[in-house]
Design a protein around this ligand. Sequence first.
Ligand code: GAR
Length: 187
Amino acid sequence: MVKKIKTCIFISGNGSNLKSIINNSRDYNFPIKIDLIISNNINAKGLLFGKKYSIPYKFFSSKNREKFERNCIYEIKKRKIKFICLAGFMKVLSKNFIRKFGYQIINIHPSLLPKYKGLNTHKRVLNNKEKYSGCTVHFVTPELDSGKIISQKKISINKNETESSLKKKILIQEHKLYSSSIISIFR
Ligand code: GAR
């Protein structure tokens, strides 16, 4: 069995990426173990996966980013966590936090970066009548959605595609891409 890297997942919402990483991390050879879940949204459905899978989970308000990051660093250091995955975490982390954590932070974004950084990705993609979209896993730097790309998955957009159908289609790919990217980093 590989010595698993202690990992924290940051979420803000449904946590479907979190759930898929938890499931994959139960595999013997998966390189990471989820030791902590942090949400900046007390109502995040994803927090329920912490309860369900007996993984410690914490809510910290991010209204004051400095305080939020201080709370996170405390919990992360206490648990000797070495790797962070952002999975639908909708807050930009400070340069200081990223530097302090040694740049071992990755994120998933629902577009083919560097195109469509930021929010409302699917809406903007459809408005621009793009033929393709997809998802990207990348290292986190202080600039929004800009760090080194680890992997991408491209999908085609149908004629009658809606924001909701595109979101669903891409999420299915995100679930596969996130875990395969984690494997590729530690191979
Ligand atoms: C995912 O589509 C993820 O790529 C996106 O939020 C969704 C979270 O879904 N993240 C971003 O837009 C970050 N810029 P989930 O909570 O079900 O994993």
